[in-house]
Design a protein around this ligand. Sequence first.
Ligand SMILES: Nc1ncnc2c1ncn2[C@@H]1O[C@H](COP(=O)(O)OP(=O)(O)OP(=O)(O)O)[C@@H](O)[C@H]1O
Ligand SMILES: [Mg+2]
Length: 512
Amino acid sequence: MENQKITLGTRKVSIEFPGVKALSDCDFEISTGTIHAVMGANGAGKSTLMKVLAGSNPGYTGEVLYNGEPVEVRTPMAAKNLGVQIVYQEVDMALVPSLSVAENVMFNDTVMNVKGKLFMNYTKLRREAREVLKRLNVDIDVRRPCASLSLAQKQMVLIARAIQNTCNFLILDEPTAPLSDTETEELFQVVRHLRETENIAIIFITHRIQEVLRICDSYTVMRNGEIVDTTPITPATTSKEIVDKMLGRSFDESFPKEVCDIGEKSFVVEHLTEREGRVKDVSLYVRKGEIVGLAGLVGGGKTELCKTLFGAFKKSGGTITLNGNELKIGNPSDAVKQGLSLVPEERRKEGVLVAETVTFNCAAACLSKFCRLSFVNDRKAAQNAEQFVKDLSIKTPSVRQRVANLSGGNQQKVVVAKWLAADADVYIFDEPTKGVDVGAKQEIFHLINEIAKAGNCVIYATCENSELLSITDRMYVMFDGQVMAELETAKTSEDEIMHYATGATTPFVAAG
Ligand SMILES: Nc1ncnc2c1ncn2[C@@H]1O[C@H](COP(=O)(O)OP(=O)(O)OP(=O)(O)O)[C@@H](O)[C@H]1O
Ligand SMILES: [Mg+2]
């Protein structure tokens, strides 16, 4: 059979949650053999629309269309029967870490179809899993337990599971957010390969517009639950036109550094070493009012350094002083008491209490501010939350909404708000803009600048070099748990950062 074109779409699909019209009258369509991006600000409705297609939002009104014909997709099974597969961002939740790669790839056979079968044929299972991975062109030992895989490999296992079943439409919800550049590149190869060899449609959600321009054939922009536009991507498509459509206004992506007075050395770290060797002999300092970057690739040791500073990892040597006083930090709670705050990288695991409200989360890092005689002053806490909802444009029907009901990016903003509210002297941010849309990113940058202007110390860790170049004053480049170089932002370049981030010990020489 020739590559037959199949389409999947929606006609006038709407969905309402208490207080939120998440989708209104969405008309959407994709066809097999293409890579299609779905873009939009945080809370625009991207994930909700995808969940409709994947059968996990049964409460929609309107119609889902398969080859133009209305179909009912009110259960994940109904969607799978139409060949619609989805890989959510939280890959860990979908995998069974203790089981092998083979068992996870062949999950449906292992768990779903065990009826009547007493024994599992492991040889067959492994062979089949190997064949599926081969279709993706990836090489992972199928006997390894999934717990030992990198994030990117875990994603591959889930994609393999998806295509092991009938798969015409593969939905990837923010797959690249946690990946390094190389891993992203590998994912793109797999995705292209699937389009070419298996005629699959890939729906790709991301906040990184450059990725869309590079790999997608067409894109849809959503705003406030509506579909704004669907267009092919041509060499003439620009990042600016996409952003303008997303935000509904003309938007300048560049972020000028706000000037602020830099004072004396305040936060000083000397010869810091982590017990398991994840941080090696790191020395750095931050002056009052200064924003200091931690640069480096994914896995270079930035997160490990942040966690060691914050007491979440145990230090085995070195000293940390604040304004001349040595800090004794045995755990995160000590760190908070001594004036440190950390916006962690993995928001859902460590950053927010998803079962609690926006108000509670925004107050959680500084409850004493809102307590009198062990009663929380609800009104004061609510006012604090309202302010952050405004400053960071957190999309929520009210501050009483449970965080679990917010979109991914808006949950991230709540984590940032929680730690911005803390009365700290040193603020550490570990990839705070991951999964956050371009508009919100600027708002976060602005608040970080405000913190610095108030005379605090800021440490900003990210692998996005463009962010470092726009908001920091100085930066340390890490590789393998060590600091390779200290650079002045105004005098450095992306090339110089990359030179040290890849482990070079020789001085950088600019090309040309
Ligand atoms: N189960 C739910 N209950 C209440 N509101 C919800 C629920 N699921 C989603 N919403 C709301 O629907 C809107 C759209 O959310 P959605 O997750 O689709 O956004 P998104 O475009 O994926 O954003 P992001 O880029 O932040 O992931 C948001 O306002 C969100 O708070
Ligand atoms: Mg989402």
